[in-house]
Design a protein around this ligand. Structure first.
Ligand code: NDP
Length: 295
């Protein structure tokens, strides 16, 4: 299959790496050096513009920060739509927002083009291992067409419903992740201040009912060690939280917990540097509590 991949960021690059070699792949990235580096390491052609990338592609995959960047890539003489031909499919792996995706899908349908939202979960490790969970919003036929591409980097490929539902699922998932990061950070800071060694607190938590992905995987690997790797920008997690808050509002569900989390992540962003990782709100909690959760 002829594929185009646009957006070789922290997660896009390892996802695209699984497509190279298995499919005829063309890549495009806003900063061209990243695309050149990718093509030097993998079997892929570099396109100078989104239009060039999309020309002749059966499926175009995007993985950009938000739906706004995806929508902005569509138009103009060098835009995606100038290159895509009827029968083509745009598969958006961005963690985007449902309303923008519905708008894009309607526009594309009028041009004989397909669309599905297909955000992923599993982090950069999951992308490298090809074990991502992919949450798809689209119709059955589009899902069947997209599946062989998504299976290159995903282990679970799930159709959630019509266009936009993949993004809704992803936003709620990440909102729950954000709430959990804040709650685990507050709880562990309190336990350390109360005299419980951090390592023991995490060990016992993980043998008890309050455990979670944050306490089982992220805290031992990143907080207890003090490694704080940067794999997923806090700004992007905040964006997901805001999409979730918007979704609750749209469907008429009160969301006081998510609203507080939205505020707290916003405050943490102001106190941290712009490239901070999504787990670093715990550093803010540590600072405010005057303790470190290490051990
Ligand atoms: P990065 O910030 O690492 O990369 C963003 C990519 O988008 C880069 O290729 C960047 O190009 C490109 N880009 C940014 N702005 C524009 C623009 N205006 N026009 C065109 N291209 C643009 O993000 P990630 O790869 O981490 O995330 C991508 C998506 O995947 C996000 O929606 C994120 O929420 C989601 N995601 C990320 C995960 C992770 O662990 N990192 C996990 C699951 C989902 P350039 O190189 O020029 O900056």
């Amino acid at each position: 299959m002829r594929l185009a991949f646009l957006g070789l960021g922290a997660i896009g690059a390892p996802m695209a790496a699984h497509l190279a070699g298995r499919h005829d792949l063309t890549v495009w990235n806003r900063t061209p050096e990243r695309a050149t580096r990718f093509a030097a390491a993998h079997r892929a052609r570099v396109a100078a513009t989104p239009r060039e990338a999309a020309t002749g592609a059966d499926i175009v995959v995007t993985c950009l920060p938000t739906s706004a960047e995806v929508e902005a890539l569509l138009d103009g003489p060098d835009g995606l739509l100038a290159g895509m031909t009827p029968g083509g499919l745009l598969l958006d792996c961005t963690s985007g927002d449902p309303a923008t995706s519905r708008r894009i899908a309607a526009r594309l349908a009028g041009m004989g083009l397909g669309f599905a939202d297909a955000p992923v979960s599993g982090g950069t490790n999951g992308a490298e291992a090809g074990t991502l969970t992919v949450m798809v919003g689209g119709d059955d036929a589009t899902f069947a067409r997209a599946r062989p591409v998504l299976e290159c980097f995903g282990r679970r490929i799930e159709l959630m419903g019509p266009v936009g539902t993949g993004h809704a699922m992803k936003a709620v998932n990440n909102a729950l992740l954000a709430v959990n990061i804040l709650a685990v950070g507050e709880g562990l800071a309190a336990l350390v201040k109360a005299g419980v060694p951090a390592g023991r607190a995490v060990e016992v938590l993980n043998a008890s009912s309050g455990r979670s992905f944050v306490s089982e995987a992220l805290v031992p690997e990143r907080v207890l060690t003090g490694a704080w790797p940067r794999t997923f920008r806090l700004a992007l997690l905040h964006k997901d939280l805001r999409i979730a808050v918007g979704l609750l509002d749209e469907v008429g569900v009160d969301g006081p917990v998510l609203e507080v989390a939205d505020d707290l992540i916003g405050v943490a962003r102001e106190l941290l540097d712009p490239d901070a990782d999504y787990l670093e709100p715990i550093r803010v909690i540590e600072r405010q509590a005057g303790v470190e959760v290490r051990g």
